[in-house]
Design a protein around this ligand. Sequence first.
Ligand SMILES: [Zn+2]
Ligand SMILES: [Zn+2]
Length: 351
Amino acid sequence: MASAEGGLASLSHPPQETSREALQRELDDAIIRTAGSHRRDDALSVVHISPSDHSRVQSSILTSSIVSRTGLGALDRLPVELLLQALQHMDMQALFNLRRVNLRARQMIDSLKEYRAVVSHGLTAYCALLRMGLAAHVTLLDFYRVLCSQDCAFCGKFGGFVFLPSWIRCCFECIEEDPETRMVTVAEVRRVFRLSRAEVGRQRVCQTMPGLYRRRLYSTEKSYQRRRLRLLPWFPAMREFGDRLETKGVRARHWHRWDPAHNFMASCELPYYDSQIQAVEYGISCAGCEARTVEQDPGQASRPADVPWDRLFSRDNFLKHFKICRQAQKLWESSPEAALEAIIKRDVHHE
Ligand SMILES: [Zn+2]
Ligand SMILES: [Zn+2]
């Protein structure tokens, strides 16, 4: 796999690309700049980490200098290939710890293409896993596999986010609506199911990070959550302990204790990494569809049924959508860059 990727690394600007293909790529980029938009607000409604915080952790995640020069102990007796495999199957917390204490471990970990991709493109999610106490549940290979997937595991659309407790790629809509992303407080789950401490310990409990989060479903309003909460996903607990809910009164009490804002505290943005061309995509929404929806219904507070601009597209799918979206085409035609299209057509013709 490593050698295949090495060979494909040059594809981001392939030397064998014809001038026609290069012009088409340039045209596609211009269309995306004009008629596509990145819904930044969604990313800032869930777990996010400021760039200044990134630079603080980078010293230990990327370039730790506080290292001893001892070996790897028992691990050192393994052949290098086996050692690298063992590192790939280690969880992100163990890698973090190992990397901090040992120079040789740091060099070995940094030599893994999976690790380099994770710290280059998934640093926010990695920091969130570490700070929320979830890093021991995700191996390096799990992380890399989800980083390199692009579809929401719940609905199949482009998913620009990850649900941290189960480490599943998802879209923003599924963070709001899918039952699997429902988060509740530990205290609430203990109360409803009468859980022991040991039973709670087996769940994916996370400690939320202070920050700005969306307050309600389908609203752009945010508020600052200072207190760190202990949350866990509702449905795994429900599957395991649901039979304890037979008492009617208990069931009735629970459903009033779910705060939808908690869902936003357990997910963060995760771009899709295309390892073949070594490029990332955050998802593109259609500025044409968005403008039309706002025009039709400026005061919309709840999610309207099936509005197309709610969608995030991959690059390829956005370009397909553009071909059938009159509104997006109008934006493009009125943009200064549209002149590019005529130039490209002329040049390709004369080729
Ligand atoms: Zn989805
Ligand atoms: Zn559109």
